[in-house]
Design a protein. Structure first.
Length: 269
């Protein structure tokens, strides 16, 4: 009898070990698949959570700079259920649901990655979840998400100022063209885009606004010549007196201010 119980016990535990091994292998395989093929891991998901106030709720202007926190939350926090589910944090601009990724904007929506349908097993319980297309999961949202929820700096090139230089200073000007993400300074003083009178030497520099990084040229120097324009004059025509023979032939050069006359004599003519 004891021998039978011993054999039964050994067989039972061998069977139990095999079942546990299969289940454990299946769970590990499933978790590994989540970790490599979708963002869900052990029933949790990493999102970029906006901590910028929602102006539509009276929150007002949010903080300047990066408005996102990288957070790991339960899948139930992004399933669309509940009052404060993260899928409701879309961001608003002028009352319309949207997401915005520019420094200084009023509202920022959460960024939640897309994931396929799947299931999570906890002991004897299996929870199935549907596929989700993501929230604010466009190219800009993915760039922020993949950068650790930090907004990547936007590369911009400053538009080169232009110069109009003529004699005198009356018509001398330089023009600064507005460029998104660029702050212009004239001789160290921040200056708005416009056309300005040009005198002497003017140095214009470009700096990146917050959230941007500059490429290309960032400094230009214009020299304006103050030499007055020459006075415009019209030469009075000489007069000629022609009589028979050349003894009494003459020509008269008038006196005209600002005009120098030159006479070329041709021998024998």
């Amino acid at each position: 009898m004891s021998r039978f119980l011993s054999r039964f016990s050994n067989a039972f535990f061998a069977f139990l070990f095999a079942v546990l091994s299969i289940n454990l292998t299946g769970v590990l395989s499933l978790q590994n698949a989540y970790a490599t093929e979708n963002p869900i891991n052990n029933g949790k998901i990493i999102i970029c959570h906006s901590h910028q106030p929602n102006p539509s709720n009276g929150g007002g202007q949010g903080p300047v700079g990066n408005p996102y926190n990288r957070e790991e939350v339960n899948l139930s926090a992004v399933d669309g259920e509940g009052h404060d589910d993260h899928t409701h944090h879309t961001g608003v601009v002028d009352g319309e649901a949207t997401h915005v990724y520019r420094p200084g904007d009023l509202s920022w929506g959460d960024i939640i990655p897309a994931y396929p349908a799947g299931s999570i097993t906890h002991g004897k319980h299996t929870i199935n979840y549907p596929a989700y297309e993501g929230l604010n999961w466009d190219a800009a949202g993915q760039a922020i998400y993949n950068n650790g929820c930090v907004i990547p700096e936007i590369e911009v090139s400053a538009t080169a100022p232009t110069q109009v230089e003529s004699c005198g200073t009356e018509n001398d000007t330089y023009t600064i063209t507005a460029t998104e993400g660029v702050v212009y300074k004239v001789d160290g003083v921040e200056t708005a885009a416009d056309t300005y009178p040009g005198t002497g030497s003017v140095t214009i520099t470009a700096e990146a606004a917050e959230g941007y990084v500059l490429t290309g040229d960032t400094e230009w120097t214009f020299e304006f010549d103050a030499t007055a324009c020459p006075t415009e004059v019209r030469a009075s025509a000489p007069t000629f007196t022609e009589v028979c023979s050349t003894e009494n032939d003459t020509f008269t050069i008038p006196s005209t201010e600002g005009v120098i006359y030159k006479v070329k004599y041709v021998p024998g003519s």
